[in-house]
Design a protein around this ligand. Structure first.
Ligand code: CA
Length: 231
Protein backbone atom coordinates (compact mmCIF):
# COMPACT_ATOMS: atom_id res chain seq x y z
CA UNK A 1 0.00 0.00 0.00
CA UNK A 2 1.26 3.46 -0.82
CA UNK A 3 2.16 5.69 2.09
CA UNK A 4 0.25 8.95 2.24
CA UNK A 5 2.34 12.08 2.69
CA UNK A 6 0.63 15.31 3.68
CA UNK A 7 2.44 18.45 2.55
CA UNK A 8 1.46 21.78 4.12
CA UNK A 9 3.17 24.59 2.24
CA UNK A 10 1.90 27.96 1.02
CA UNK A 11 4.37 28.54 -1.81
CA UNK A 12 2.43 27.23 -4.83
CA UNK A 13 5.49 26.35 -6.92
CA UNK A 14 7.15 24.44 -4.13
CA UNK A 15 3.91 22.68 -3.26
CA UNK A 16 3.47 21.59 -6.87
CA UNK A 17 7.07 20.42 -7.11
CA UNK A 18 6.77 18.46 -3.86
CA UNK A 19 3.54 16.79 -4.96
CA UNK A 20 5.04 15.87 -8.31
CA UNK A 21 8.21 14.47 -6.77
CA UNK A 22 6.39 12.51 -4.07
CA UNK A 23 3.96 10.94 -6.52
CA UNK A 24 6.76 10.07 -8.89
CA UNK A 25 8.40 8.27 -5.95
CA UNK A 26 5.26 6.26 -5.38
CA UNK A 27 3.72 8.14 -2.48
CA UNK A 28 0.17 9.29 -2.30
CA UNK A 29 0.52 13.07 -1.83
CA UNK A 30 -2.06 15.26 -0.10
CA UNK A 31 -1.54 19.00 -0.16
CA UNK A 32 -2.71 21.97 1.87
CA UNK A 33 -1.73 25.61 1.47
CA UNK A 34 -2.50 26.86 4.97
CA UNK A 35 -2.25 25.65 8.53
CA UNK A 36 -5.94 25.16 9.18
CA UNK A 37 -6.64 22.99 6.17
CA UNK A 38 -3.41 21.12 6.84
CA UNK A 39 -4.59 20.29 10.33
CA UNK A 40 -8.00 19.25 9.02
CA UNK A 41 -6.48 16.94 6.39
CA UNK A 42 -4.15 15.42 8.98
CA UNK A 43 -7.14 14.57 11.15
CA UNK A 44 -9.34 13.30 8.33
CA UNK A 45 -6.84 11.34 6.30
CA UNK A 46 -4.39 10.05 8.88
CA UNK A 47 -1.22 10.41 6.75
CA UNK A 48 1.92 8.35 7.35
CA UNK A 49 3.99 11.52 7.55
CA UNK A 50 3.41 15.29 7.59
CA UNK A 51 5.72 17.78 5.89
CA UNK A 52 5.04 21.12 7.44
CA UNK A 53 6.29 24.55 6.44
CA UNK A 54 6.92 26.93 9.35
CA UNK A 55 5.57 30.15 7.87
CA UNK A 56 1.97 29.51 6.88
CA UNK A 57 -1.17 31.60 6.71
CA UNK A 58 -4.08 31.00 9.13
CA UNK A 59 -2.16 28.88 11.59
CA UNK A 60 1.63 28.78 11.46
CA UNK A 61 3.65 25.60 11.30
CA UNK A 62 4.72 25.81 14.93
CA UNK A 63 1.08 25.87 16.06
CA UNK A 64 0.03 23.08 13.70
CA UNK A 65 2.95 20.98 14.94
CA UNK A 66 2.08 21.60 18.58
CA UNK A 67 -1.59 20.73 18.07
CA UNK A 68 -0.89 17.66 15.95
CA UNK A 69 1.64 16.34 18.42
CA UNK A 70 -0.93 16.43 21.19
CA UNK A 71 -3.27 14.35 19.07
CA UNK A 72 -1.07 11.88 17.25
CA UNK A 73 2.36 10.34 16.90
CA UNK A 74 2.53 11.00 13.15
CA UNK A 75 6.12 11.80 12.08
CA UNK A 76 6.46 15.53 11.35
CA UNK A 77 9.16 17.02 9.14
CA UNK A 78 9.39 20.81 9.35
CA UNK A 79 10.49 22.99 6.45
CA UNK A 80 12.30 26.05 7.72
CA UNK A 81 13.51 29.06 5.80
CA UNK A 82 15.86 30.67 8.26
CA UNK A 83 18.30 29.84 11.00
CA UNK A 84 16.19 31.39 13.72
CA UNK A 85 13.33 29.10 12.73
CA UNK A 86 15.65 26.14 13.11
CA UNK A 87 16.48 27.38 16.60
CA UNK A 88 12.81 27.47 17.43
CA UNK A 89 12.04 24.09 15.91
CA UNK A 90 14.85 22.53 17.89
CA UNK A 91 14.63 24.71 20.97
CA UNK A 92 10.91 24.75 21.61
CA UNK A 93 10.61 21.00 21.63
CA UNK A 94 7.58 21.20 19.46
CA UNK A 95 7.70 17.50 18.92
CA UNK A 96 8.75 17.70 15.28
CA UNK A 97 10.80 14.68 14.30
CA UNK A 98 13.11 16.34 11.84
CA UNK A 99 13.55 19.47 9.77
CA UNK A 100 15.16 20.61 6.54
CA UNK A 101 16.25 24.14 5.77
CA UNK A 102 15.20 25.79 2.55
CA UNK A 103 16.52 25.58 -0.05
CA UNK A 104 16.82 21.81 0.07
CA UNK A 105 17.26 19.24 -2.66
CA UNK A 106 14.37 16.91 -3.40
CA UNK A 107 16.76 14.02 -3.05
CA UNK A 108 17.66 15.06 0.46
CA UNK A 109 14.02 15.52 1.39
CA UNK A 110 13.11 12.08 0.02
CA UNK A 111 15.93 10.50 2.01
CA UNK A 112 14.57 12.11 5.18
CA UNK A 113 11.05 10.93 4.42
CA UNK A 114 12.18 7.36 3.80
CA UNK A 115 14.14 7.39 7.02
CA UNK A 116 11.27 8.75 9.05
CA UNK A 117 8.85 6.21 7.61
CA UNK A 118 11.29 3.41 8.31
CA UNK A 119 11.77 4.57 11.89
CA UNK A 120 8.09 4.98 12.51
CA UNK A 121 7.26 1.52 11.20
CA UNK A 122 10.13 -0.20 13.02
CA UNK A 123 9.47 -1.56 16.48
CA UNK A 124 10.74 0.88 19.09
CA UNK A 125 14.05 -0.18 20.51
CA UNK A 126 15.42 1.76 23.43
CA UNK A 127 12.97 4.61 23.14
CA UNK A 128 12.83 7.25 20.46
CA UNK A 129 16.50 8.07 20.24
CA UNK A 130 17.35 9.61 16.92
CA UNK A 131 19.71 7.67 14.70
CA UNK A 132 22.13 10.27 13.45
CA UNK A 133 22.92 10.21 9.78
CA UNK A 134 26.54 10.98 9.37
CA UNK A 135 28.84 10.71 6.38
CA UNK A 136 32.47 10.24 7.34
CA UNK A 137 35.43 10.43 5.04
CA UNK A 138 38.81 10.58 6.68
CA UNK A 139 38.97 13.69 8.81
CA UNK A 140 35.81 15.08 7.21
CA UNK A 141 32.44 14.51 8.87
CA UNK A 142 29.08 15.59 7.47
CA UNK A 143 26.15 15.44 9.85
CA UNK A 144 22.99 15.35 7.73
CA UNK A 145 20.76 15.73 10.73
CA UNK A 146 22.62 18.46 12.57
CA UNK A 147 23.50 20.27 9.35
CA UNK A 148 27.10 20.56 10.29
CA UNK A 149 30.40 19.75 8.63
CA UNK A 150 33.55 19.30 10.60
CA UNK A 151 37.15 18.91 9.50
CA UNK A 152 39.49 17.44 12.09
CA UNK A 153 36.68 17.97 14.57
CA UNK A 154 36.45 21.69 13.84
CA UNK A 155 33.14 22.99 12.51
CA UNK A 156 33.21 24.57 9.06
CA UNK A 157 31.00 27.51 8.10
CA UNK A 158 28.70 26.36 5.32
CA UNK A 159 26.04 28.18 3.37
CA UNK A 160 22.90 26.09 2.83
CA UNK A 161 23.73 25.37 -0.82
CA UNK A 162 27.30 24.45 0.02
CA UNK A 163 25.95 22.06 2.58
CA UNK A 164 23.50 20.53 0.13
CA UNK A 165 26.26 20.21 -2.43
CA UNK A 166 28.73 18.45 -0.14
CA UNK A 167 25.93 16.21 1.14
CA UNK A 168 24.98 15.26 -2.42
CA UNK A 169 28.53 14.55 -3.56
CA UNK A 170 29.84 12.87 -0.42
CA UNK A 171 26.63 10.91 -0.01
CA UNK A 172 27.30 9.43 -3.45
CA UNK A 173 31.01 8.83 -3.15
CA UNK A 174 32.56 7.70 -6.40
CA UNK A 175 29.65 8.79 -8.52
CA UNK A 176 30.13 11.59 -11.05
CA UNK A 177 27.46 14.26 -11.37
CA UNK A 178 27.08 16.55 -14.35
CA UNK A 179 26.71 20.26 -13.68
CA UNK A 180 23.14 20.06 -14.94
CA UNK A 181 22.30 17.26 -12.53
CA UNK A 182 23.77 19.25 -9.68
CA UNK A 183 21.88 22.37 -10.71
CA UNK A 184 18.62 20.49 -10.93
CA UNK A 185 19.03 18.80 -7.58
CA UNK A 186 20.23 21.80 -5.67
CA UNK A 187 18.57 24.70 -7.39
CA UNK A 188 15.46 23.02 -8.70
CA UNK A 189 13.91 22.33 -12.09
CA UNK A 190 12.87 25.89 -12.71
CA UNK A 191 16.19 27.50 -11.94
CA UNK A 192 17.28 29.63 -14.85
CA UNK A 193 20.95 29.89 -14.43
CA UNK A 194 24.19 28.79 -15.68
CA UNK A 195 26.29 25.88 -14.73
CA UNK A 196 29.13 28.14 -13.65
CA UNK A 197 27.08 28.60 -10.47
CA UNK A 198 27.99 25.01 -9.68
CA UNK A 199 31.67 25.66 -10.35
CA UNK A 200 31.65 28.62 -7.97
CA UNK A 201 30.12 26.56 -5.18
CA UNK A 202 32.57 23.73 -5.79
CA UNK A 203 35.44 26.19 -5.57
CA UNK A 204 34.14 27.51 -2.24
CA UNK A 205 33.79 23.98 -0.92
CA UNK A 206 37.29 23.05 -2.03
CA UNK A 207 38.70 26.02 -0.18
CA UNK A 208 37.11 24.64 2.96
CA UNK A 209 37.75 20.92 2.72
CA UNK A 210 40.77 20.39 0.49
CA UNK A 211 44.33 20.34 1.79
CA UNK A 212 45.42 22.05 -1.43
CA UNK A 213 42.38 23.61 -3.15
CA UNK A 214 44.31 24.04 -6.40
CA UNK A 215 45.04 20.32 -6.47
CA UNK A 216 41.82 18.82 -5.12
CA UNK A 217 41.73 15.21 -3.98
CA UNK A 218 38.26 15.09 -2.50
CA UNK A 219 36.02 16.82 -5.01
CA UNK A 220 37.64 15.99 -8.31
CA UNK A 221 36.79 17.43 -11.70
CA UNK A 222 35.77 14.88 -14.30
CA UNK A 223 36.65 16.54 -17.56
CA UNK A 224 33.69 16.90 -19.88
CA UNK A 225 31.31 15.59 -17.21
CA UNK A 226 31.30 17.39 -13.89
CA UNK A 227 32.40 16.48 -10.40
CA UNK A 228 32.89 13.45 -8.23
CA UNK A 229 33.60 13.00 -4.53
CA UNK A 230 36.51 10.62 -4.03
CA UNK A 231 36.89 10.70 -0.30
CA1 CA B 1 5.75 29.48 3.82
Amino acid sequence: MRDTVLVVEDEPNLLTALKYTLEREGYNALTAADGESGLRLARERDPAIVILDVMLPALDGFEVCRILRRESAVPILMLTARGDEVDRVVGLELGADDYVTKPFSMRELLARIRNMLRRSSAPAVGGSEYQAEVIRSGNLMIDLVGYSVTLDGKPLEMKPREFSLIALLAGNKGRAFTRDQMLERLWGHDYIGDSRTVDVHVRWLREKIELDPSNPKRIVTIRGVGYRFDG
